[in-house]
Design a protein around this ligand. Structure first.
Ligand code: GUN
Ligand code: FE
Length: 426
């Protein structure tokens, strides 16, 4: 058992920050939170064990629900095109390099290290079509002690031959990855996720095989949905019988039949929204990416009001920064542009709402993760913001300033499932 004392901040619900000045959090040896206290019970044995973090902030670690590991080298580059030419010009070219396991190892080390640095303890990650590179990526997460859903990407049309797999090679790769992670995945901390790139990249045959595999294994699914207008028009041509883009996934059993993440959803219409709600599909909001690729503004307030699940992602490298702090900042700012464009009709997102999205909402995809309620896995960051805290700021204000002004250097300790994760050295 461990007992930590710090300024504790978390969001059990989206509307309010829970703030406990100099509170205590008791973590069991199984890594689960046993309780949270303003005063410690009169128990001498407990009192002796307290690890006191002084005036620092203790917050849930971040969960990035949409990020492309093999686009790491392109961070901060190549943001002068819209989605479809961006994929063809910059992204497919870079991902092709992951046929080389040594290149993959070199880049993926940096990628996993940076996730650790930024305090993202769990992520839903796209790899490439390459089974060996993707296994290397998964192994790096295991070594680091971090949580990840790792996707071997399916793509077999409308892409360069050299970056295509076949349905057979994809399914064989998926089975190998699953067998490997069933055995070595750190008790489910690292596990596979079914990853059709998006409808334009996958033939009906591949989508059907992946849908069957989801039904057979119960594995979750991640993909892209209604990101860009040209993409949506293209999907309408490719799948003329589908009611909407989301329905194209749904027909193949890839839309909430198992837990499903759909990145973007900038242009989802009534039918698509109804289908996402009905099937419990998560919208993964990636506002940095939607700004950089001129995709659009995802109507997150509408999704929240309609009861659609929402989480957040960086979508690196269409998103230009690995930090979930930046993703949260963008989410608020983009929602304020939406508010202005709607003449004040659509309320913008609040600090506690985006903090909830980046911690508990995303965490729930991984189990009881992302909050400090009893029974939750202890995933946490210890933040030293003393240089920002030079006057009598409240804890809520300190969190707000950290969100806007802070960065990875302020994170002093990181915990995942109760274990403190030191810097990965490879
Ligand atoms: N749609 C299909 N592939 C991608 C990708 O790599 N990034 C983004 N943002 N959208 C996509
Ligand atoms: Fe993406």
């Amino acid at each position: 058992m461990k007992i930590y004392r710090a300024n504790i901040i978390f969001t059990p619900s989206p509307d309010k920050l829970e703030v406990i000045p100099h509170g205590y959090i008791v973590v069991g040896s199984n890594g689960l939170i046993e309780g949270i206290y303003t005063e410690l019970p009169e128990n001498m044995d407990w009192r002796r064990q307290v690890i006191d973090f002084g005036d620092k902030l203790l917050i849930p670690a971040f969960n990035d629900l949409h990020v492309h590991a093999p686009q790491y080298r392109n961070l901060g580059l190549a943001l002068d095109l819209e989605l479809l030419p961006w994929l063809n010009t910059y992204t497919f070219t870079e991902e092709t390099k992951y046929a080389d396991p040594e290149y993959a190892r070199r880049m993926y080390r940096r990628f996993v290290h940076e996730l650790w640095m930024q305090g993202t303890m769990r992520a839903a990650v796209f790899g490439t079509i390459h089974p060996e590179a993707t296994r290397i990526l998964a192994d790096l997460f295991i070594q680091a002690g971090m949580g990840a859903r790792v996707g071997l990407v399916g793509m077999n049309r409308n892409c360069p031959d050299i970056l295509s797999n076949t349905t057979e090679s994809l399914m064989e790769g998926m089975r190998m990855l699953k067998a490997h992670l069933d055995e070595h995945g750190n008790n489910g901390l690292v596990s596979p996720i079914i990853t059709p790139r998006f409808i334009p990249s996958c033939t009906p045959d591949m989508l059907a095989a992946l849908g069957n595999y989801a039904a057979e294994t119960g594995l979750p699914v991640q993909s892209h949905l209604s990101e860009n207008r040209s993409e949506i028009d293209w999907v309408r041509e490719l799948e003329p019988d589908s009611v909407c883009y989301g329905d194209a996934y749904n027909r193949y059993g890839l839309f909430g039949q198992t837990p499903t993440l759909m990145a973007h959803c900038c242009y989802s219409g009534e039918e698509e929204i109804a289908l996402m709600k009905q099937n419990g599909v998560y919208v993964v909001h990636c506002p940095m990416s939607n700004s950089n690729l001129s995709s659009g503004i995802a109507p997150i307030r509408t999704y929240l009001e309609k009861g659609v699940r929402v989480a957040m992602g960086t979508d690196v490298s269409a998103g230009h920064n690995m930090s979930m702090l930046r993703a949260m900042q963008y989410a608020i700012q983009v929602s304020k542009l939406h508010y202005a464009a709607s003449h004040g009709e659509v309320r913008f997102l609040t600090l506690s709402e985006v903090f909830y999205l980046a911690t508990k909402a995303g965490g729930l995809f991984f189990g009881k993760v992302g909050s400090f309620e009893p029974g939750y896995e202890f995933d946490a960051l210890l933040v030293d913001d003393h240089y920002l805290n030079y006057d009598n700021y409240t804890l809520e204000q300190r969190l707000e300033r950290y969100l806007y002004l802070g960065d990875d250097r302020d994170i002093k300790r990181r915990f995942c499932r109760g274990v403190e994760l030191t810097e990965p050295v490879y």
